[in-house]
Write a protein that binds this ligand. Structure first.
Ligand code: TGC
Ligand code: FAD
Length: 383
């Protein structure tokens, strides 16, 4: 993509190296199979080991066999993954921000030593259970409970729409314990813990989404995450995943832009390439313009995160802006492709379908509007 703002100059050599190695992996390993995975509704589990070898799991954690990347390098890696497909980026975002981060930030040394090395190597997979069928935007209302009973906690309830749910070895589950939200580690195979894959998705088809059911599910007291107390701890994990979505959406938008530009230069109607018509140029310029703005904003966000960002509102600004931008870019690219745009030999409509879910998860577009609205006005308008 033409780099009029010299974005490249703003990146360090290490950041460019991470981006370029993930880009090569995506071209060589993800692109050849992602269309068929999406058709089949199958997550490409066979890529997990290679993603681990690239340092993509637990990327920003130091120690435990993790890569210890900076936030910008991590973000650029997410951009490259979602250039291929939002489902692949989702897998990595969840493993990083919603599983390894809470274990690292809120867990005991025993939990960290047990789980982080295997999660980093892709030998174990995790998922994050916050949402319930009746409590999506308002997770604080959750009904899942945990009560202590001798040497155990007993969990009851159900979590809905959980990425990686049926393939996870460990679930980070939030439940109310004596009226306080707390985080727990529930291992696959624990009696009373079952999972069910949600079928019929028209979005994120190359990603596993599941329901988690907890029926008198007993876990040892040592499986509570001691630092994960209060809704704040769950929302703090979301900051990480929302940041990775902000970058990922730029990747999806770029893939659509590149496809539309190439197509428009080659597609001839009325004896000229359609790229020569003003209406088509306006669409391409708008896409390119918004992608560049999003990249500059999100790079700045990554730099702020690296030095420690106290107020998470800019993460909401970026998630909200970039996903909306990417969804619009994907729809516009599909339009430029004409009838060809509705088949999956082209990527734009697959991205558009995926981005519908990305617009909703990790805080809907509306919820992020209200978070930013609250920051601007000082008035919470959630209820
Ligand atoms: P509220 O009273 O505002 O906040 C409760 C406590 O949390 C603090 N807080 C945050 N802390 C860190 N980071 C943030 N982003 C925070 N936002 C709020 C807040 O200061 C307070 O702290 P304290 O100490 O006073 O207790 O809570 P509320 O119940 O009014 O809700 C606020 C709201 C609506 C913004 C929040 O509930 C929300 O963000 N809702 C959206 C839910 C959501 O995003 N769910 C995502 C589920 S995971 C997912 O979708 C994974 S998809 C993954 C993939 O495949 O990529
Ligand atoms: P609702 O909260 O019911 O919202 C419905 C509509 O009402 C939305 O348009 C919303 O913006 C609007 N709305 C809600 N409240 C307000 C308000 N106060 N003011 C104005 N408008 C409002 N969750 C997890 O915990 N873990 C996961 O791994 C996970 N993965 C997911 C993967 C996929 C593919 C999907 C689709 C979802 C996933 N989720 C996950 C759940 C996701 O976070 C929720 O779907 C999301 O938070 C929205 O909740 P909801 O679907 O219940 O919608």
């Amino acid at each position: 993509m033409i780099d009029l703002f010299k974005f490249e100059e703003l990146l360090t050599d290490d950041e460019k190296m991470v981006r370029d190695s993930v880009r090569s992996f995506v071209q060589a390993r993800v692109m050849p199979l992602i269309r068929d995975c999406w058709r089949e509704g199958r997550f490409p589990k066979e890529l997990i080991g290679e993603m681990a070898a690239l340092g993509l799991l637990g990327s920003t954690i130091h120690g435990y066999g993790c890569a210890g990347l900076g936030q910008v390098a991590y973000g650029l890696a997410m951009q490259e993954l979602e250039h291929a497909d939002s489902g692949v980026r989702s897998f990595v975002s969840v493993q990083n921000g919603l599983v390894m981060h809470p274990i690292h930030a809120f867990g005991t040394d025993e939990q960290k030593n047990h789980w982080l090395p295997q999660l980093a190597q892709g030998k174990a997979i995790g998922c994050f259970g916050l949402t319930e069928a009746d409590f999506g935007s308002n997770p604080g209302g959750m009904r899942t409970t945990a009560r202590s009973d001798g040497t155990d906690y007993v969990l009851n309830g159900a979590k809905m729409w959980i990425t990686n749910g049926t393939i996870a070895d460990v679930a980070v589950v939030f439940a109310k314990c004596d009226d306080r939200i707390r985080g727990f580690l529930v291992e696959q195979g624990t009696p009373g813990f079952t999972t069910r894959e949600i079928q019929g998705k028209l979005s994120l088809r190359a990603s596993v989404t599941a329901e988690l059911v907890l029926e008198d599910c007993r876990i040892p007291l040592r499986n509570a995450l001691p630092g994960a107390v209060g809704l704040r701890s769950a929302l703090e994990c979301l900051n990480r995943a929302r940041y990775s979505i902000a970058w990922g959406a730029i990747g999806a938008a770029s893939a659509c832009f590149e496809e539309a530009l190439e197509y428009a230069k080659n597609r001839v109607q009325f004896a000229r390439p359609i790229a020569g018509y003003q209406l088509v140029q306006e669409k391409l310029v708008e896409m390119w313009n918004e992608i560049n703005k999003a990249q500059l904003m999100t790079l700045r966000l990554g730099q702020l995160l690296e030095r420690g960002l106290e107020d998470p509102t800019p993460i909401s600004v970026a998630k909200r802006n970039n996903v909306k931008m990417a969804l619009q870019a994907a729809r516009t690219a599909r339009e430029i492709l004409g009838a060809n745009g509705v088949v999956d030999d082209y990527v734009s409509m697959r991205h558009a379908c995926n981005l519908e879910a990305v617009y909703t998860y990790e805080g809907t577009h509306d919820i992020h509007t209200l978070i930013v609205g609250q920051a601007l006005t000082g008035i919470a308008a959630f209820s």
